[in-house]
Design a protein around this ligand. Structure first.
Ligand SMILES: Nc1ncnc2c1ncn2[C@@H]1O[C@H](COP(=O)(O)OP(=O)(O)O)[C@@H](O)[C@H]1O
Ligand SMILES: [Mg+2]
Length: 250
C-alpha cells in the first residue's frame, strides 16, 4: 500500500468527539492530541468506550459521530471511509478480529502489505510461518490471533497504529512475542525519535513494560477524566481502582 500523504506530518487530533452506537450515546466530547512520534495509552474500565473511540477513529459506520471531528495531519477525516483512513496511514489491531474463511493469512498480508515488505521474515519473527497457509484467524488461539493481527499491521507499515488491548487473551509466553513486536512497531530511533505514532488501549497496563509511552489517558463512562504520566496513572489505578480516577482532582 502506498502512503499518499507521506510528506504530511502524522499528527492525530480528536476534537470534542461524541459518538453514538445503535442510538446509544457512548462518547461525550473526547479530546486527544497525538503528535508526531508520540505514543499514548488509554486506560479505562470495561464498557467505558475505549473500543468505541478506536473504531470511530478508524471510521466504521456503526460508530456514528454526532459532534466533533477527527483530524489527521491537518486533514479532516471525520467523514472518510475506513479504507481511505488506512490509505492515509492509520493501522489498527482489533480486540476481537473476525475469522475470514476462504482467505489465507498469506493472501491477507499481501493485500495489506506495503511494497518491499519481507512477509516471510516478519512471519518468522512472530512464529507464524506455518500459519500463512491457513485461513485468517480460523481456529487460532488467543495469542495466535494477536500475532496474526500484528503481522498484518507490521506488513501494512502504518504511520499511526491503534492497538486495542493487544495483551488481552495472551498467555505469558505469547505476551513476550506480542510485546516485542509492538516495541519494534513503536521504537524510537537513535535520535530518540519515532517515525510512527501510536494509541494503545490497555486494561492491564502490561504493555507499558515494552513500550515507552509519552502520555496516558483514563476514560470513564465515555469521558476522559485524566490525562498525564501513564506510569503514575497505572500505579494509581492498580492501587485505588478506576472509581477513584473519576473522583481524583489532579
Ligand atoms: N454494537 C453495539 N450496540 C450497542 N451497544 C454497544 C455496541 N458496541 C458497544 N456498545 C456499548 O458501548 C459501551 C462501550 O463499549 P466499548 O467501547 O466496547 O467499551 P470498552 O472497549 O471500553 O470495554 C458498552 O456499554 C457497550 O455495551
Ligand atoms: Mg474494548
Amino acid at each position: 500500500m502506498e502512503h499518499d500523504a507521506e510528506e504530511r506530518e502524522v499528527h492525530l487530533r480528536v476534537e470534542d468527539l461524541s459518538v453514538e452506537v445503535e442510538g446509544r450515546k457512548i462518547l461525550h466530547g473526547v479530546n486527544l492530541d497525538i503528535r508526531c512520534g508520540e505514543t499514548h495509552v488509554l486506560f479505562g474500565p470495561n464498557g467505558s468506550g475505549k473500543t468505541t473511540l478506536l473504531m470511530a477513529i478508524m471510521g466504521f459506520p456503526r460508530y456514528k459521530v454526532t459532534s466533533g471531528r477527527i483530524v489527521l495531519g491537518g486533514e479532516d477525516i471525520t467523514h472518510l471511509p475506513p479504507n481511505e483512513r488506512a490509505r492515509r496511514g492509520i493501522g489498527v489491531m482489533f480486540q476481537r478480529p473476525p475469522t475470514v474463511r476462504g482467505v489465507s493469512l498469506a493472501q491477507m498480508v499481501s493485500l495489506c502489505s506495503r511494497d518491499g515488505v519481507d512477509v516471510e521474515s516478519l512471519a518468522a519473527d512472530l512464529n507464524l510461518s506455518e500459519f500463512l497457509s491457513r485461513d485468517v484467524n480460523h481456529g487460532f488461539s488467543g495469542g495466535e490471533i494477536k500475532r496474526s493481527e500484528l503481522l498484518q499491521l507490521l506488513a501494512q507499515d502504518p504511520r499511526i497504529v491503534l492497538l486495542d488491548e493487544p495483551e488481552s487473551g495472551v498467555d505469558m509466553e505469547n505476551l513476550q512475542v506480542v510485546g516485542k513486536a509492538i516495541r519494534k512497531l513503536l521504537q524510537k530511533d537513535l535520535r530518540r525519535r519515532r517515525t510512527r505514532c501510536g494509541l494503545i488501549i490497555t486494561h492491564t497496563g502490561y504493555i507499558l513494560d515494552y513500550v515507552e509511552a509519552d502520555m496516558g489517558h483514563v476514560l470513564c463512562e465515555g469521558t476522559i477524566v485524566c490525562s498525564g504520566n501513564p506510569r503514575e496513572q497505572l500505579e494509581g489505578i492498580r492501587r485505588y481502582g478506576f472509581e477513584e480516577c473519576a473522583r481524583c482532582t489532579r
